[in-house]
Design a protein around this ligand. Structure first.
Ligand SMILES: [Zn+2]
Length: 86
């Protein structure tokens, strides 16, 4: 049984050595001179786009309030249904 495990350990050691050797070899190919440098940072993100223009022309720039009688949204301060919305 010890021979079996010994062979198993030998195979495992060979695989591990081959793996680390492969890793080391790849690193040597990719960065032969600058191995300790950090990876390149991603390019800076583009500046944020300008805000969109004003709202559609013709839209009233007044606050709409719900009519207390019928519930319709009318400009604040206007008379609706014979009563003031507020
Ligand atoms: Zn109303």
């Amino acid at each position: 049984m010890s021979g079996f495990f010994g062979k198993l350990l030998t195979i495992a050691a060979v695989i591990v050595i081959a793996w680390f050797g492969w890793r080391w070899w790849q690193r040597q190919i990719e960065k032969p001179t600058a191995r300790s440098q950090p990876p390149q940072s991603p390019p800076p993100s583009p500046p944020p786009s300008p805000p969109p223009p004003e709202a559609k022309p013709g839209k009233p720039a007044v606050d709409l309030v719900a009519c207390s009688v019928c519930g319709a949204y009318v400009p604040a301060g206007t008379v609706h249904c014979g009563k003031r919305a507020a």
